[in-house]
Design a protein around this ligand. Structure first.
Ligand SMILES: NC(=O)c1ccc[n+]([C@@H]2O[C@H](COP(=O)([O-])OP(=O)(O)OC[C@H]3O[C@@H](n4cnc5c(N)ncnc54)[C@H](O)[C@@H]3O)[C@@H](O)[C@H]2O)c1
Length: 391
């Protein structure tokens, strides 16, 4: 039975695409959303829509951090302000759920690791919420119980098509706004974090090839919200300094459960893959069997066996065991998806806080968020040097 969470109060920074996803998930959990921070106009509009009492316009998150009505801060602003906002929130004694990636460079994200490690530091989570799809938790249990045998290799992709045209625009396209890696940093790190979580091991070495197909793109003069279309007549050209596509090889280290040691993985990451809206696909191959999962069909797992029939396991039915109890709310045949993965992530984080940190840490920590940023830097270096790089 999930623990009541309505005594905990959240403040959300950022009112674009993902901010309201956090708000909705928190409200479904019964958490009070007491404060919102963004541009003056959009913070006001978001507050009115969701009934949020405290409004901090002009991006004045410092004022929000002074509020005694906020226990947990959700950072859903663009990447370049994650670190400064995380450090300020920790300093103000607030627990933090920060969107991925944790920051722009490993040098700056290392500061968050140090701040979150202090003995009295609040709880800090990075929003790699794919970990909380019941199917992902189930894959993790299959691997860690040895049901697939010794894991040999992992394969997959993360494909989207919302940046296919040279007139598609978002701040992520600019290295100065989103970081030097775009497709790999923005969505590839979801794939890598998911696989690391399932395997229980870290990626230690990488080899990568990056491609920018649109070397020149066109941007609007004003701001555009994620996934929104701009008017092509109002656009100016600019040189693109981030990648549309990445092909990445990864070598994973050892897991404490003994079924993962030196696993080889390969993933293709693209934001220009026509037809794919948000497809994170992963296949994990062991000496006794395999398992496959896809984000757009998240309630099912395919377990592959050589000498017996393959199985389709369905969330909420006998194929999913007690491993996912507490991370799924609806019976089989009543699909759960993207919004539910956020809800389950925040449930785990808030229960960790409410329990006085006695529940297991399943969320991505500051150190794990930092590792993903280091990995991105190694990917970029590998693509430039055409050599394997240590993370
Ligand atoms: N976990 C996920 O599935 C997921 C999905 C989408 C985005 N994200 C992450 O969430 C973050 C936001 O992405 P988005 O797609 O919502 O972008 P967006 O552009 O739609 O929204 C960003 C919002 O932040 C506001 N903002 C800009 N500067 C700010 C500042 N200094 N302080 C506070 N707010 C500021 C903007 O006005 C806008 O409302 C990114 O880091 C992105 O990587 C995560």
């Amino acid at each position: 039975m999930p623990r009541p969470l309505h005594h905990l109060r959240a403040g959300v920074i950022g009112t674009g695409f993902i901010g309201p996803v956090h708000i909705e998930a928190l409200k479904r959990l019964g958490v009070q959303v007491t404060a919102i921070c963004g541009s003056t106009r959009s913070a006001q509009a978001t507050a009115e829509r969701w009934g949020i009492p405290e409004v901090y316009g002009d991006y004045n998150y410092h004022a929000m951090l002074q509020s005694s009505n906020v226990d947990v801060v959700h950072i859903t602003s663009p990447n370049k302000v994650h670190v400064e906002q995380s450090l300020a929130a920790l300093k103000a004694g607030k627990h933090v759920v920060c969107e991925k990636p944790l920051g722009m460079t490993a040098k700056e994200t290392a500061r968050v690791v140090t701040a979150a490690k202090r003995p009295s530091a609040p709880v800090f989570a990075v929003n790699y919420m794919c970990r909380f799809f019941p199917a992902v938790l189930q894959m993790r249990a299959l691997v860690q119980r040895g049901e697939l045998g010794q894991i040999m290799h992992v394969q997959g992709h993360f494909f989207q098509d919302w940046l296919l045209q040279d007139t598609d625009y978002n701040w992520r396209l600019l290295a100065s706004e989103g970081g030097k890696l775009r497709a790999v940093g923005d969505i590839g790190t979801h794939w890598i974090d998911t696989v690391s979580f399932v395997l229980g091991a870290k990626a230690e070495r990488v080899f990568a090839h990056l491609e920018t197909f649109h070397k020149t793109r066109f941007r609007p003069k004003g701001e555009v919200q994620t996934f929104a279309q701009a008017d092509p007549a109002q656009m100016v050209p600019y040189t693109v300094d981030t990648e549309d596509f990445g092909s990445v090889l990864l070598k994973f280290g050892q897991a404490s459960h003994g079924f993962v040691n030196g696993v080889h993985a390969n993933a293709s990451i693209s934001q220009v893959a026509a037809g794919w809206k948000c497809s994170l696909y992963v296949g994990i191959y062991g000496t006794k069997g395999s398992v496959q999962w896809e984000f757009q069909n998240p309630n099912h797992l395919i377990v592959g066996r050589r000498d017996s029939p393959n199985q389709i396991l369905q969330r909420g039915t006998a194929g999913f065991s007690e491993d996912v109890a507490g991370f799924t709310d609806y019976p089989g045949g009543h699909p759960e998806g993207f919004p539910d993965s956020h809800k389950m992530h925040y449930r785990a984080v808030y229960e960790h806080i409410a329990s006085g940190r006695t529940t297991p840490v399943l969320h991505a920590t500051a150190a794990e968020g930092h590792h993903e940023v280091k990995l991105c830097e190694a990917v970029l270096k590998s693509s430039r040097t055409r050599q394997w790089q240590k993370v």
